[in-house]
Ligand binder design. Sequence first.
Ligand code: NAD
Ligand code: UD1
Length: 351
Amino acid sequence: MRKTTLITGGAGYIGSHTALQLVEAGRCVLILDNLSNSSRESITRLEQLSHSNIDFIEGDIRDAALLDEIFSTFDIDAVLHFAGLKAVAQSVRRPMEYYANNVVGTLNLCQAMARAHVFNLVFSSSATVYGEPATTPIVEALGTGKPANPYGRSKLMIEELLTDLTLADSRWNIAVLRYFNPIGAHPSGQLGEAPNGQPNNLLPCLTQVAMGLSSALTVYGNDYPTADGTCVRDYIHVLDLAEGHLKALQVLQAEPGLHIWNLGTGIGYSVLQIISGFEDVTGISIPYRFAERRAGDVAECWADAGKAERELGWSAQRDLTQMLIDSWRWQSNNPRGYSAQPAPLLAVGMK
Ligand code: NAD
Ligand code: UD1
């Protein structure tokens, strides 16, 4: 039996891009996803792009019996754990779902891993665990802060759970990857971000305006203490992020224990810079209007990615232009995400 990497949440945005890179690197993968925020079509696209069959199980990380069956059927040597709910506003309205899915789900996964004697884990954390950063760029050594919502707190709780596992049992090898703001898509235009329901993140909202699916972008706040008054973030191409996972997997096997790495570019862009950058690369005007600040937003958040560079030999390679081109190619090729249904195109002002 071939050694296999289990990818929870592998039908989703970041997991699918990472799965493709693993398969391209010659790894065997098994995807477990309950399709709560994704579609089986992403697996079909993965198979087309990789020219191989991808093992996929539709199921939930909270299903202990299913996990035991998976670990006894496949020769799994590592788990990339992407599965989780990530909509911040929804987490405020439905905290129990977030704690049950993210925290209890991760605990359940770790328990099944321990029963199967599989101790290599890479976890999708978020810069949200820093809360309001005291300084930027953010270094891992700053320590965590107070996340502003249940989603962020679920990520922090999981980080603490994973830390305790490594303290209690030296067999655990765990990489906690703190993502900054993933955007972009596979350059084929076949894989990308396709959340079920209304998007909340900047790029999906912006590309929906560019498609004419919504009339104007709402910019939350123009009175922040930043150069142009709008929030600054560290946007990172999803392919760079995916590459970070491959590096983390390699280093985990060589250097056991708990590792925490920021995955960002180290460059911050404001919301207005993203809008004008997008207009420049696509030639499409983006109407926008300013609104009140969004609850829980911090003024500035960008990474010091030096630790990942030193310890993983990884740094982000793709620039903002590439991120915006790839985001736009994905959105314009797939106006309804992975659904075949065509989008009702409205007139969009071209520059
Ligand atoms: P996504 O929603 O596209 O992917 C997550 C996948 O997990 C989805 O396919 C969903 O169906 C699946 N899933 C959810 N709960 C599950 C469960 N109980 N059992 C099995 N599958 C389940 O999100 P993404 O953007 O690819 O994010 C992946 C991970 O990275 C998440 O944990 C997210 O919190 C984290 N993260 C994302 C971002 C971001 O901006 N996208 C930033 C920081 C951290
Ligand atoms: C958000 C979450 C964070 C989560 C991350 C990935 C909050 C407070 N934080 O990060 O916990 O890990 O998504 O899912 O929600 N913006 C607009 N108009 C829009 C959308 C966004 O102006 O329509 C602005 C936001 O105010 C923010 C920036 O764009 O300043 C980036 O927003 P977003 O893409 O949602 O990411 P974060 O808020 O950084």
